[in-house]
Design a protein around this ligand. Structure first.
Ligand code: FMN
Ligand code: EPS
Length: 405
């Protein structure tokens, strides 16, 4: 199969989460440690609740590999739940505003919120991070890097000003972004997975205050990707546009309420002359060895700005991919929101057992994973091949063709 596809099963408090990934070529060296590293990151971030103290997410790969390499057969991944208490858990007698409880119960014709919340829970994103952790190793093999970081929490930015790609002096410049090589180090030093660990203290106080008040916070994260060739995705049909696939994947994460690419909503407010990215001849410095402009990954073209966030016509432009996602505040509040008691029909406070206060850092890991998955899928569709040797040949041919255009 020359596309990638996955399916997941598993309840939040069931025995395990299971994922099946189809479509990886044979012969790809897969690192379990690479997958586990993302799972561990997803469990972290300041503001998580008690559940993450209980779980230790490490993946078991139970099919699709031999001697550390893929076989070209379906890959099966399993994540055991430590909190596997589904049979003992009570059915809450009311629905939490903001969660799936009420709409799901009405949909199934039974006020059994437990049945709904078990699968609506973002616990399911753990197995998707694992599946994407395998899929992304395909594009990482070819030098693509995908990187998520939190840019806003509870209405406040981590950077003193915004940091989107725009070199036109409108206050949305990349000036405050650290160089690519430093970003991982800085993000991993931050308890919020932001690029500004020196601001952690202020944000810890903010989350603590929300927790004290029995409230919750949302946030905004950004995912960037480097090393992409132009032409991944397609202009030819709506569902194949990489833009629509990325937006769909990101909006599939529970609690996500908005996605924007590049300048995003800001693009709608400007005239075209201050939005579209002028095309220039490549410069020698664009190439790997600094000598031959045509040897740049983008052939003999470059963009003066990257307001588009690396996507035009549903395809990659070869510039950095930049996408931002808004997450609403966690739905389960300790102080409880008004809801209706199923028995008495009276207004009561929604049930609270335990909950995250904010999970924007964890969501940035999930978002990064799903962007990586969609890029790997687009890669698979463009370059085909049953085995890595064939994928590599197709990638090399394409890179050569870009240089000769
Ligand atoms: C990583 C992550 C952790 C979450 N943790 C909680 C939580 O602890 N409590 C809660 O009520 N909602 C939590 N949510 C949000 C709910 O899953 C989400 O609001 C719910 O499924 C309803 O979906 P909707 O917001 O997209 O309508 C979390 C979401 C994510 C992405
Ligand atoms: C378990 C995870 O997140 C959960 C997502 C979630 C929700 O309602 O979405 C509710 C909480 O679970 P519980 O009700 O068991 O405390 C979070 O901990 C996870 O991210 O692995």
């Amino acid at each position: 199969m020359t596309t990638l596809r996955y399916t997941t099963a598993g309840e939040s408090h069931g025995p395990a989460l299971t994922g099946i990934l189809e479509g990886l070529p044979a012969g790809l060296a897969l690192s379990k440690e690479r997958i586990d590293a993302e799972l561990i990151r997803r469990q972290g971030g300041y503001g998580r609740g008690g559940r993450m103290q209980i779980e230790t997410d490490l993946v078991d790969i139970t099919a699709g590999m031999r001697a550390g390499r893929t076989l070209g057969s379906p890959l099966a991944l399993v994540l055991k739940n430590a909190d596997a208490t589904i049979e003992e858990l009570p059915v809450p007698g009311n629905a939490r505003p903001g969660h799936a409880d009420l709409a799901g119960s009405q949909k199934f014709g039974e006020l059994d919120t437990r049945a709904v919340l078990e699968r609506a829970s973002a616990r399911e994103t753990a197995i998707r991070v694992a599946l994407a952790g395998a899929a992304r190793q395909l594009i990482e093999h070819f030098g693509v890097r995908v990187f998520g970081h939190v840019v806003e929490l509870g209405g406040e930015r981590f950077a003193p000003s915004d940091v989107r790609g725009d070199a036109q002096g409108d206050g949305l410049g990349d000036a405050e972004l650290p160089p690519v090589d430093e970003r991982e180090q800085r993000r991993d030093a931050s308890q919020f997975y932001s690029l500004f660990p020196e601001r952690d203290e202020a944000f810890i106080a903010k989350v603590d205050a929300a927790k004290e008040a029995g409230d919750t916070l949302g946030g905004v994260f950004e995912v960037r990707a480097w090393g992409l060739p132009p032409g991944l995705g397609s202009h030819a049909s709506g569902p194949e546009r990489l833009t629509s696939r990325l937006a769909g994947a990101l909006m599939s994460i529970p609690a996500m309420k908005g996605v924007e690419f590049g300048l995003g909503f800001e693009a709608a407010r400007r005239p075209g002359s201050r939005v579209h990215d002028a095309i220039d001849p490549a410069e020698a410095s664009d190439s790997a060895d600094g000598s031959d402009p045509v040897a740049s990954p983008n052939g003999r073209f470059r963009r003066r700005t990257n307001n588009a966030g690396g996507l035009e016509g549903g395809m990659t432009t070869g510039e950095e991919l930049v996408v931002r996602v808004a997450m609403k505040p966690i739905s389960t509040l300790r102080r409880g929101l008004d809801t209706v008691d199923f028995e008495t029909n009276e207004t009561v406070r929604a049930t609270y057992q335990r909950s995250d206060v904010t999970a924007a850092p964890a969501a940035s890991v999930v978002g990064e994973a799903l962007v990586a998955f969609e890029l790997a899928r687009a890669w698979r569709e463009k370059f085909g091949g049953d085995a890595m040797s064939q994928v590599t040949a197709a990638v090399e041919f394409y890179r050569e063709q870009l240089r000769s255009l």
